[in-house]
Design a protein around this ligand. Structure first.
Ligand code: GDP
Ligand code: MN
Length: 377
């Protein structure tokens, strides 16, 4: 789950990380009031869950409250990377001397959290990472020991931070680490962390991602999820307890078990296809859950064929077949379907599907090849 900038910065502030004064507005009028309250220059910031807002014109500095109103009006009618802007953050504008990148995320390969920092922060950080990776500093954090003071100092030194700011940077680093830990985040990012003209550190932008699998113990965070900003299929999937991630390919995949789903996607790729999604219907899924999964898959216009790969253990083949038939009844999908069903009640399942004009397959390799061929024409 991604948090908006204003939500992330509210969390940062609780952990002692300095942020600009400001509030969120849903209308230009509100934005004007906030600008008046803050008195002086403000920055109007679109709140959408994508990066690159600055480059898209979604971050603008206003010199007066009237200008703030105008700019908010403009930004509130924008779409950034297809997402309509519904809210703006009105923050006191900062006088920036220098922009730093600073983040904590998981390094899956190292099996540890990692702090990432760069003196070349700001809107071009992706380019910096691609063209001059030596400007990106990485320091791993031992999850049992936590962040040590010397590690924050090492980072400060590596990015040539002025000596007099090291102490404050240490507080920001430990605040970000604690925020990251306490919220079960997978990313806590400040870009830019600025040095202001009057030599203070401040988090001008904030981005957090929370591990969905930990949300059960963060009910307050779960409540602020902005479902307006999600791919609708993912919202729908969560409602039915399906693990679903939309991808760019054209072969819809319906599989039970995350491992089998990954394997199925790999094999689709091996035979030259591209999966349109990851979908794990889970163990013991009943017919209604299967039907929901099928609806989600075929409502994606880029899906040209569907591969159903079910290994019946706790999940029963006949239940899956019934779910597929229910969904086919409702949605009447026009794309070819390839089904491989083995294990518990597979025979009963196959019988139910016999009349449903499905392409059947014996093995996963066979099923994947048939799905790839079907998607091609
Ligand atoms: P992003 O483009 O989505 O990452 O949005 P950011 O919040 O990082 O803003 C993009 C850029 O706008 C920053 O890197 C700054 O250069 C600039 N910016 C943001 N806030 C302020 C501000 O208060 N004052 C000034 N002068 N520039 C700002
Ligand atoms: Mn940013």
């Amino acid at each position: 789950m991604k948090l908006h900038e204003y939500q992330s910065k509210t969390i940062f502030a609780k952990y002692g990380i300095p942020i600009p004064k400001g509030r969120v507005a849903a209308t230009a009028e509100e934005a004007k009031h906030i600008a008046e309250e803050l008195g002086g220059r403000v920055v109007i910031k679109s709140q959408v869950l994508v990066g690159g807002r600055g480059k898209a014109g979604g971050i603008r500095v206003a010199k007066t409250a009237d200008e703030a109103e105008q700019l908010a009006q403009q930004i509130l009618t924008m779409k950034i990377k297809d997402l309509p802007v519904r809210k703006v953050l009105v923050d006191e504008a900062a006088a920036i001397e220098h922009e730093i990148y600073f983040a904590i995320t998981n390094d899956r390969a190292a099996k540890k959290p990692v702090m990432i920092a760069s003196a070349a922060g700001g809107v071009d950080i992706e380019e910096v990472a691609a063209t001059t990776p030596e400007k990106i500093i990485k320091v791993h954090i031992d999850p049992l020991l936590g962040l040590r003071d010397y590690q924050a100092r090492d980072i400060a030194a590596s990015i040539d931070m002025p000596r007099e700011l090291w102490r404050d940077f240490g507080k920001i680093a430990s605040g970000l680490w604690q925020a990251y830990l306490d919220t079960d985040a997978t990313l806590a990012e400040i870009n830019p962390l600025v040095i202001t003209k009057d030599k203070r550190l401040m988090a001008l932008d904030g981005k957090m991602m929370i591990d969905d699998n930990a949300l059960f113990r963060h009910s307050k965070l779960a409540d602020i999820r902005d479902i307006d900003e999600e791919v609708p299929a993912e919202t729908e999937a969560r409602r039915y307890g399906l693990s679903f991630i939309k991808l760019d390919g054209n072969i819809g995949c319906m599989v039970n078990g995350a491992g089998l789903a990954m394997t199925s996607m790999d094999i689709v790729k091996l035979f030259g296809g591209e999966p349109a999604n990851f979908l794990d219907i889970g163990g013991g899924a009943g017919a209604d859950k299967v039907a929901a999964a099928m609806r989600i898959i075929v409502s994606d216009p880029s899906v040209q064929a569907v591969l159903i790969n079910i290994f019946g253990g706790i999940t029963r083949g006949d239940e899956v077949a019934r779910g597929i038939l229910t969904a086919m009844d409702e949605v009447k999908p026009k794309v070819p379907m390839v089904v491989r069903l083995v294990g518990t009640n597979a025979e009963e399942g196959r019988k139910l599907l016999e009349n449903a004009k499905m392409i059947t397959a014996e093995t996963l390799a066979d099923a994947a090849q048939k799905a790839v061929a079907a998607a091609k024409g």
